[in-house]
Ligand binder design. Structure first.
Ligand code: SAM
Ligand code: SF4
Ligand code: SF4
Length: 386
């Protein structure tokens, strides 16, 4: 049976739910939170990482994310006036940074489709962490426009990029992006990013068992020793449209086993708290990590939940704060930003929302029967980013 045969598309539901109102106590004199500084949620997870979606549009139609059947010419994308402006994004980012965020990832949709994105990067590059350091600013892209934009992104203050690449075989790549986009152009984009110093570059490969598992070894061979970190992502049940099935997920343990059969690996420790990828280094003749050969990462969101250290908040394209990739709804910060809220109000709002957070979807999924994801109306990945 081919991947095409097994691909079910779930009917379009409410893909962009209206936002939740920020809890009233955030603004109440008695309960508002005056101070900035670090905030922990109800499971003790400290806010550190903010992902900002800058557009809900994309020029690819990866069937695990924006299947053509749903995201067709009639699909109603957000109007420009619905998107947060760069000034609004920067104002909100400043609030998150005052609460301890040190890393910002721009995503989408395809972030490089957002006009003048460099201006936003310049504004964000001006922010400083609580420790007075520049933020770690990065971006996840499908790479299609990277060859053209790498230099201007670097000049604007972007430090590094993560490029999604689901295979090296042109036919496989074209079928996965489903718009017949050639792999050579993405490889050219990656090269341009390397040349201008947008590194260390990470390469993300989503593995769908029946579609691109045969690309795992060629990808590993290609990026070994390149200075880039190749990361294999388990196909997730994000959103409500991709017709996810467990039998299309290739567990990371099998990916590691497959690579090990040709290129020996040794497990490495996490490089930062809340790191999503498990790291494996290529070994030298004596079995130790060969740093020149580099490493791979595996992101096992399905088979090994990492909710207990999840320190990421997500700001959607139209300014809703999501506490989990699998959340049903986000909190409407845009109406505050466009209303009368002061920066202190915003700070109190973000603190209240984060302090009430209990989300741990992947852990809950592990307790469900195989081949089943939780029956919720999850937000689409293209709307809040990866
Ligand atoms: N368009 C950009 C890109 O593809 O890199 C940024 C947005 S995309 C939503 C962010 C990341 O999410 C990509 O690396 C993509 O491969 C990953 N992704 C999307 N849908 C996924 C799914 N169902 N399972 C696992 N990863 C997914
Ligand atoms: Fe577009 Fe990225 Fe989603 Fe693919 S994964 S459809 S490139 S947003
Ligand atoms: Fe974080 Fe939600 Fe993913 Fe768990 S399921 S790691 S809480 S985003």
């Amino acid at each position: 049976m081919t991947d095409q045969d097994t691909h079910r598309v779930i009917p379009l539901m409410d893909l962009r739910p209206s936002g939740l109102a920020v809890p009233a106590e955030a603004f109440d004199a008695a309960t508002r939170i005056q101070a900035d500084g670090l905030i922990a949620d109800r499971r003790g997870r400290t806010l550190r990482d903010l992902r900002i979606s800058v557009t809900d549009r994309c020029n690819f139609r990866c069937n695990y994310c924006m299947p053509k059947e749903i995201f067709d010419k009639d699909y109603a994308y957000l109007k420009h006036s619905d998107l947060l402006s760069f000034e609004e994004i920067t104002r909100l980012a400043r609030v998150f940074v005052a609460h301890g965020v040190e890393k910002i990832r721009l995503t989408g949709g395809e972030p490089l489709l957002r006009k003048n994105l460099e201006q936003l990067i310049e504004q964000l590059a001006g922010l400083r962490t609580l420790a007075g350091k520049p933020l770690d600013i990065t971006l996840t892209t499908n790479g299609s426009l990277l060859a053209r934009k790498a230099q201007s992104l670097k000049d604007a203050g972007l430090q590094r990029v993560t490029v999604s690449l689901d295979g090296l075989d042109d036919a496989v790549f074209r079928s996965m992006n489903d718009v017949d986009f050639p792999v050579a152009d993405v490889l050219e984009g990656i090269e341009a990013a390397r040349t201008v110093g947008l590194g260390p570059i990470k390469i993300n490969m989503v593995v769908k068992r029946a579609t691109n598992a045969q690309e795992i070894l060629p990808m590993a061979r290609r990026f070994k020793g390149s200075g880039m970190v190749l990361r294999f992502i388990e196909y997730m049940d994000v959103g409500a449209t991709n017709g996810w099935r467990m039998n299309e997920v290739m567990p990371s343990a099998q990916v590691v086993q497959l690579i090990q059969s040709e290129l020996p690996l040794v497990q490495l420790s996490a490089s930062s708290p809340g790191e999503t990828a498990q790291r494996w280094g290529y070994t030298n003749a004596s079995g130790a990590h060969d740093t020149e050969a580099g490493e791979i990462g595996v992101i096992s969101s399905v088979t090994q939940a990492f909710c207990s250290s999840c320190n990421r908040a997500r700001l959607s394209t139209e300014g809703q704060l999501y506490l989990c990739l699998f959340a049903e709804k986000g909190y409407d910060l845009r109406s505050l930003v466009r209303g009368q809220a002061s920066d202190a109000d915003l700070q109190s709002a973000v603190a209240h929302i984060w302090q009430g957070r209990t989300d741990n979807y992947s852990e809950q999924r592990s307790s469900l029967p195989a081949d089943q994801s939780a029956p919720v109306k999850r937000v689409e990945m293209s709307y809040i980013g990866g």
